[in-house]
Every structure is written in structure tokens, then in C-alpha cells.
Design a protein around this ligand. Structure first.
Ligand SMILES: *Cc1c(COP(=O)(O)O)cnc(C)c1O
Length: 376
């Protein structure tokens, strides 16, 4: 919670539920990434929060942008980024979108298999491609499964195929899993990247770039390391695996850039018990999984929730959203301690909600409007 957000909520009294994003926090985060890894370019992952104000601020600060679709590319351009500061980082692209991106001037594309390389060779001839490799996402609170990336052993064949088709085999990318609390998690993937660089050199192809993805955490309930600690660990891992032939490097922070900049104002709609014998109260808010808090899926992300009665005694509650879908429960396996004095109509503030909320909010499930956002 920042003083500016507190002041905005006090004076403007916006109708909830709504997200308030403090641009000062985004600016500070960008600066801390730039300081922690001065030789690494930042490609902000647009999907985390594509608010025009956020994108414009980052464009002004010199950030580049990792985009997953043509609309995201258009948003980055509208914010002032030039095409050379944009990558098309999704490994799953329609060929006509590749052609459109190429027409716009985008020259950097992600691939993880030969079929995707062929689309790019046909529709974005001469472009740079980097091959995404699988990473197990161990220690991440929001792991990314096996959906993206190929086995590191397969990457040289994919990159050589790109080279033969007239593309520039540019580098390797990986993502160590989102909300990665282990600062050492990049080491193994950097070792794989370095071995792919060596294998390609033996094939006469010089790779240039390592894209180290996102994964940098937001402070939720549990303490997380500072950006500087990630910078130190990553820098020493690069030196360890690449020696004095350091590659060009980029990072793609999403959550770590904007998560801590946002607070959701919400309201208690109902408090009840399911049986007279129950100890646990059910607290229903006016926001849930469909209103922007989708990352409470499997209770993976545990947001800090503030009330006006936090000095009172607390007891465990199940927290749920307002919609008529039974999966719209935020915390039940591990109940959440809330004040016994909490009352219907009370305001609650949900911290760390600047990333993956507005974009995950449903259009109008049960008639509830998508999450409103104020960027200040
Ligand atoms: C989502 C995504 C990111 C951002 O990940 P965070 O964990 O939010 O930092 C970065 N790169 C790619 C390719 C992504 O898909």
C-alpha cells in the first residue's frame, strides 16, 4: 500500500471493486531491474498489465516489450515503442500474425520447434529467432508446465533449421516459472543455454543472445528476495557458464515489474456459517476468481488482505467470490485469518494485485463488469 493509493482511495472514493495502480512503484521497479542487471535489456511482459499508462511510462524509461499477439504489439507501439524494441515472444503464432508482425517491422521471434521456424521463414524472412527451452519451474509458485519450450537437446536442430532457411539463429530463451522465490533458479537453464551455444558453434553458427524470461516475484504474504539478489545470482551464473564470452542478455519481467504497484479495493458482501457447529466463517467478497483473482487457482497466489479491523482478534475464514459458480472460492484448503469483528459492507484492500488481474477478469460472467482500473 502506498501513500498515493491510500490518498486516491480516500479522496476519490471509487466504486469497488477496482484496481488502483501507482506508477511511481512501476518506475522504481524498472530502475531496480536496470540497476541490478545493467548489461541486460528489459523486455516488459505486456500481458501482466497492459494499461496504456504503464506501457507509456516503461517506453519512456527505455524498456523494450515482450508481446504475445498482434494487439499486444499494437499496444506497445501506441505507447511509443519502436518495432526494434518489441519481440513476438509467444511460441504459438498464426502464420498470418507472423506476417503482420513482420510487416509492422518486428524482427525478433520466439520458436520452440521446426514447424514454427518454417512459418517464420516463410512470413518473416530474414528475422531473428530464439529457441525456447523447457525449464522445470521448480520452486516457482506459479510454474509454467511443459506447454512452452523444447528439450534443450532438441534446440540445436531447431536453430540450425532456422539458419538453413535464411533466418538469423539468434539465441536461446527460457522461463524459470512465475513467482520464482529461489534466486538460484536461473543457474541450470543458463548451463543448458551455454551448452547449446557451444554445440551451435561447432556447427559453425554463432548464437548471440540469452533471453532469461520473467519469474521475478511480487511480495505477497511471504517474504521474497530483492531484485538485487536475483541480479547477483544471475550475473554470477552467466559468468560461470559463459566465461569471458558473455552473450547479449534480456529479461522479461511481468509480475515483478507491476504486481506490487497495484491494490484492489473490494467489499464484504456476506459473512455466514454453513452449520451451527462450524468454526470457520465464509466471507464472500464482491471480487473473486472471475473478477480478476484467477491466480488464486489451487490457492497458488496468496494475496495480503487488509481490513480496517486488523488489530482485532482473527479467526480462520473461507474466502469466496460473488458469482454463481462453485469454483469461485479463493481460499478454502488453507483458510485465511480475518478479524472476528469483520462486518458485511466492510471495505477490504487486496495488495500485490498489479499483475495478472485486469487481464484475467471475465467480460461479464453473471453480469459482473470486468475489473475497473485506475492508474495514478
Ligand atoms: C508471462 C511471460 C513472462 C512474464 O513472466 P513473469 O513471471 O510474470 O515475470 C515473461 N516471458 C514470457 C515468454 C512469458 O510468457
Amino acid at each position: 500500500m502506498t501513500a498515493r493509493i491510500r490518498e486516491f482511495l480516500r479522496t476519490r472514493r471509487p466504486e469497488g471493486p477496482c484496481l488502483v495502480v501507482d506508477l511511481d512503484v512501476v518506475r522504481e521497479k524498472y530502475m531496480s531491474f536496470a540497476r541490478a542487471m545493467p548489461d541486460t535489456r528489459v523486455f516488459y511482459a505486456v500481458k501482466a498489465n497492459p494499461a496504456p499508462e504503464v506501457l507509456s511510462l516503461l517506453a519512456d524509461l527505455g524498456s523494450c516489450f515482450d508481446c504475445a499477439s498482434i494487439p499486444e504489439i499494437e499496444m506497445a507501439l501506441a505507447a511509443g515503442a519502436t518495432p526494434d524494441r518489441i519481440s513476438f515472444g509467444n511460441t504459438i503464432k498464426k502464420e498470418r500474425d507472423v506476417a503482420r508482425a513482420h510487416q509492422i517491422g518486428i524482427r525478433l521471434f520466439a520458436v520452440d520447434c521446426e514447424a514454427e521456424v518454417e512459418k517464420i521463414a516463410r512470413s518473416a524472412p530474414g528475422a531473428r529467432v530464439f529457441c525456447r527451452i523447457l525449464s522445470d519451474g521448480a520452486d516457482a509458485e506459479w510454474p509454467l508446465s511443459r506447454k512452452f519450450g523444447c528439450d534443450p537437446e532438441m534446440a540445436p536442430a531447431v536453430l540450425e533449421h532456422a539458419h538453413r532457411l535464411g533466418l538469423e539463429a539468434y539465441g536461446v530463451s527460457f522461463h524459470v516459472g512465475s513467482q520464482q522465490r529461489n534466486t538460484e533458479a536461473w543457474d541450470g537453464a543458463l548451463a543448458s543455454a551455454a551448452s547449446i551455444f557451444r554445440e551451435m558453434a561447432e556447427r559453425g553458427i554463432t548464437l548471440k543472445m540469452v533471453n532469461m524470461g520473467g519469474g521475478f516475484p511480487t511480495q505477497y504474504l511471504r517474504q521474497v528476495p530483492e531484485v538485487g539478489a536475483y541480479g547477483q545470482s544471475i550475473t554470477s551464473a552467466i559468468r560461470k557458464h559463459f566465461g569471458n564470452r558473455l552473450p547479449e542478455t534480456i529479461i522479461e519481467p511481468g509480475r515483478g515489474m507491476v504486481g506490487g504497484a497495484g491494490v484492489i479495493k473490494a467489499e464484504v458482501v456476506l459473512i455466514s456459517k454453513k452449520s451451527v457447529k462450524d468454526d470457520v466463517r465464509w466471507v464472500y467478497l464482491d471480487i473473486g476468481k472471475f473478477g480478476g483473482l484467477a491466480e488464486t487457482m489451487d490457492e497458488a497466489i496468496r494475496y495480503p488482505i487488509l481490513t480496517e479491523r486488523d488489530t482485532d482478534e482473527k479467526t480462520p475464514c473461507v474466502i469466496a467470490g460473488p458469482t454463481c459458480d462453485s469454483v469461485d472460492v479463493l481460499y478454502e484448503k488453507t483458510p485465511y485469518d480475518l478479524p472476528v469483528s469483520l462486518a458485511i459492507g466492510d471495505e477490504v484492500l487486496i495488495e500485490g494485485t498489479g499483475a495478472y488481474t485486469t487481464t484475467y477478469s471475465a467480460v461479464a460472467f453473471n453480469g459482473f463488469a470486468p475489473l475497473k482500473a485506475y492508474v495514478i
